[in-house]
Design a binder for this molecule. Structure first.
Ligand code: FES
Ligand code: FES
Length: 180
């Protein structure tokens, strides 16, 4: 069937089978290979993209379900040569090693920050009537809210520090763990 997808602001008409996942549509049909296939069944988060501003595992949703929605992948976050602030923060804080999980981690981090701004709760939220603000985003909160994205290189300290930097907190020095 013909499916029209809007990805990173551009419309694409694809002739695909209804069973094609969004991840496969992006990678195999549009050549957008930034979104990674780690597990292909919703366990690792490497395939995370943004759909209408929400983070979604693209391996768990069908491309045909995404007509009329705004899909943003890691390739769509930068504006020309200007990286998204979360991308800059990942570089500044050594938020990756091999980089395989990184596109998903960055998309999830972008969504995480917007979720906090909207007052979304996490599993750690004790009072649903007092939503967290960005300034209150603790290390443990960031870890909880990114717990759907695994990193086999275990670059978690740098990933958390990157989010802290973007929300205006002072992240620990990347060298601190090495020195201590
Ligand atoms: S590839 Fe989608 S969650 Fe692992
Ligand atoms: S940087 Fe290698 S899996 Fe995360």
């Amino acid at each position: 069937m013909n499916v029209t997808l809007t990805v990173n602001g551009e419309q694409h008409i694809l002739a695909i089978e209804p069973r094609v996942t969004l991840l496969d549509a992006l990678r195999e049909h549009l050549g957008l290979v930034g979104s990674k296939k780690g597990c292909d069944h919703g366990q690792c988060g490497a395939c995370t993209v943004l759909i209408d501003g929400q983070r979604v595992y693209s391996c768990l949703t069908l491309a045909v379900m995404q007509e009329g929605k705004e899909i943003v992948t890691i390739e769509g976050l930068a504006k020309g040569d200007t990286l998204h602030p979360v991308q800059v923060a990942f570089i500044d804080n050594d938020g990756f090693q091999c980089g395989y999980c990184t596109p998903g981690q960055i998309c999830a981090s972008v969504a995480l920050i917007e979720e906090v701004k909207r007052g979304c709760a996490s599993a750690l939220t004790s009072d649903l009537n007092s939503p967290l603000e960005l300034a209150q985003l603790t290390e443990i909160e960031i870890k909880e809210r990114l717990s759907g994205n695994l990193c086999r290189c275990s670059a978690y300290n740098g990933i958390v520090a990157a989010v802290q930097q973007v929300v205006g907190q002072q992240p620990p020095s990347p060298l601190a763990a090495v020195i201590s």
